[in-house]
Design a protein around this ligand. Structure first.
Ligand SMILES: CSC[C@H]1O[C@H](OP(=O)(O)O)[C@H](O)[C@@H]1O
Ligand SMILES: Nc1ncnc2[nH]cnc12
Length: 304
């Protein structure tokens, strides 16, 4: 198998996947709008390319800028493929989550380090159609990027509000919120927060060799808490509005750090030991679809 010889990070960009309530990013300059088509269909919206405090950034609203995609319907594969095609090698994902633990309060932030996946209606891989790969997911978020994000976030949290540096994100299908029995079950599993989008993105980002980290903004106590109202969209949006400026500040400061450090991640060569099918057994159609990711290992695909 060929080994990587050049740095994959020269000229690499930072992607930002804006979640619920975050449909643009303040401070992005020299914006270019790009429509991208992919072998996995059309992404959620056009991409906004620009510079954010010295870093080249690509922004996408994951539910579309008018919030028209359910969590199940978000074209995750197209979004991640397109990000990679634009040279993105790091993704920050500011997202709304409910809290499953008393000490994790609305308006706190979490940089999660684990997932439990309870989604069941989504494609979770770019592979298949005759090409098999098994990437490592023991650490599903990039440890290096998450540490950077948590350091920056912690330094910017106002008094009385906390950034939690680790925790398990329970990924549910939605769109309805959980039942009380489910919420209590997830608590008993030790999960810290609950959301509907990040796990799917992290899985695909890993296959696309993109480092992924989440800035999970706590908006509610889901529905398990005896003394707090159960989650509603209104509650989520009100707390997101209250947190939007801080989230933007954290993303901007982290972008500066990424520009300076250009952190290397194990995600950047996740396919190196993951590809199982020898390329001679893979059809041209599948090679073409996967070429963006498999090029360093299988060589550039020259077929028609
Ligand atoms: C608006 S409440 C449910 C919605 O909020 C979260 O969105 P995102 O992860 O895109 O910030 C959650 O995952 C649901 O999609
Ligand atoms: N309680 C909750 N459950 C699922 N997704 C959410 N996003 C924000 N709050 C949520």
């Amino acid at each position: 198998m060929n080994r990587l010889t050049t740095s994959p990070l020269e000229g690499a960009r930072l992607g930002v996947l804006g979640g619920s309530g975050l449909y643009a990013i303040e401070g992005l300059e020299n914006i270019q709008e790009l429509e991208i088509d992919t072998p996995f269909g059309k992404p959620s919206d056009s991409f906004r390319l620009g510079t954010l405090d010295g870093m080249e950034v690509v922004f996408l609203a994951r539910h579309g800028r008018n919030h028209t995609f359910l969590p199940t319907e978000v074209p995750y594969r197209a979004n991640i493929w397109a990000m990679r095609s634009l040279g993105v090698r790091w993704i920050l994902s500011p997202s709304a989550v409910g809290s499953l633990q008393e000490q994790v309060r609305p308006l706190d932030m979490v940089v999660p380090d684990q997932f439990i996946d309870r989604t069941h209606q989504r494609p979770l891989t770019f592979f298949g159609d005759g090409a098999v790969a098994h990437v490592a997911m023991a650490d599903p978020f990039c440890l290096t990027l998450s540490r950077l994000l948590a350091d920056v976030g912690e330094s910017l949290m106002p008094d009385g509000r906390q950034l939690h540096r680790s925790g398990t994100y329970l990924a549910m299908e939605g769109p309805a919120f959980s039942t009380r029995a489910e919420s209590k079950l997830y608590r008993s599993w030790g999960c810290m927060v609950i959301g509907m989008t990040n796990h799917t993105e992290a899985r695909l980002a890993r296959e696309a060799e993109i480092a992924y980290a989440s800035l999970s903004m706590v908006t509610d106590y889901d529905c398990w808490h005896g003394h707090h109202d159960s989650v509603t969209v209104e509650m989520v949006l009100a707390n997101l509005r209250a947190n939007a400026q801080l989230a933007t500040k954290i993303v901007r400061e982290t972008a500066k750090m990424v520009a300076d450090i250009r952190p290397v991640s194990t995600a950047h060569n996740a396919l190196e030991d993951a590809l199982l099918t020898a390329k001679k057994h893979v059809t041209d159609k599948t090679r073409r679809k996967l070429d963006l990711f498999t090029r360093p290992y299988w060589g550039e695909f020259g077929g028609s």
